[in-house]
Design a protein around this ligand. Structure first.
Ligand code: NDP
Length: 246
């Protein structure tokens, strides 16, 4: 199905966000892209436009509420509405709790949880006025299962699922026709491991991803399908995992 929807993606400068932007632009969507690395966003917008697509960007740090709200305003000023808001920006610096990596704990909470909340807060006023919209929050398999070392990352992704389910019920109660979808991926080959600060965890992850990781296009395709579903139905959660991931 082809879409002309206006779609905002945070963390669009690489990985799942970038792949989703490309697939949706190719399908006719109008993209509004946010992340911190401006040169990546510039290149992506140029690539989309060269293929005949429509996209704009704003440098956006999701820990800064003003920047997230400016991203929403850019979408409405440029394209007149926000049909889909995808809270995708995230980091995964896993470590054992006894290592007491407090900066990593704070960053994960700020980016993965507060960034998602700021995105919802920025998009909802427009969606409530439109009486329609779609919030897509990227959680993780780690939002279902916790291992030694995944504590804070898992907690943030569990929180994303809790926030999403609560939002879904709030929107349904208000009869606003705002859909909520949680996407929980398994091992996807992206730049995510660059955020892992502990060498031991990073080495283990590299082996794991070498064995099992699949392309971010698989997740992007799943997100496109969730968006393409008729508006009176919503995929509330999708787990997309490599077939061979143990
Ligand atoms: P990438 O590292 O490739 O992408 C992460 C994106 O988040 C980048 O575009 C980065 O852009 C952005 N980002 C990080 N911090 C901030 C910030 N403060 N403000 C705005 N943007 C930020 O990894 P993935 O594509 O894998 O990650 C996307 C999402 O998928 C994350 O939420 C991750 O937790 C989740 N996920 C990934 C899995 C995997 O195996 N890859 C599995 C399960 C979930 P920039 O640095 O330019 O700001």
């Amino acid at each position: 199905m082809s879409t002309s929807k206006v779609i905002v993606i945070t963390g669009a400068s690489s990985g799942i966000g970038e792949a989703t932007a490309k697939i949706l632009a190719n399908d006719g969507a109008k993209l509004v892209l946010g992340a911190r690395r401006e040169s990546r966003l510039q290149d992506l917008v140029k690539e989309i436009q060269a293929l005949g697509g429509e996209a704009v960007y704003a440098v956006t740090d999701v820990t800064k509420v003003g920047e997230v709200e400016a991203l929403a305003k850019l979408a409405v000023d440029t394209f007149g509405r926000i049909d889909v808001w995808m809270n995708n920006a995230g980091i995964m610096p896993q470590s054992l709790l006894k290592q007491k990596k407090i900066d990593d704990w704070d960053s994960m909470i700020d980016i993965n949880i507060k960034g998602t909340l700021y995105g919802i807060g920025a998009a909802l006023p427009y969606m409530e006025e439109q009486k329609a919209g779609h919030i897509i929050n990227i959680s993780s398999i780690a939002g279902h299962i916790a291992h030694a070392g995944s504590s804070v990352y898992s907690a943030t992704k569990w929180a994303v699922r809790a926030i999403s389910e609560s939002l879904r019920e709030e929107m349904a109660t208000d009869q606003t026709n705002v859909r909520v979808t949680i996407v929980s991926p398994g091992a996807i080959n992206t730049e995510l491991l660059e955020s892992v600060t502990d060498t031991g965890f990073k080495n283990n992850f590299e082996d794991f991803y070498d064995n099992f990781g699949i392309s971010s296009e698989r997740v992007a395709f799943t997100i496109k399908q969730a968006i393409d579903l008729p508006d009176d139905a919503a995929w509330n959660e999708v787990i997309i995992r490599p077939t061979k991931q143990v």
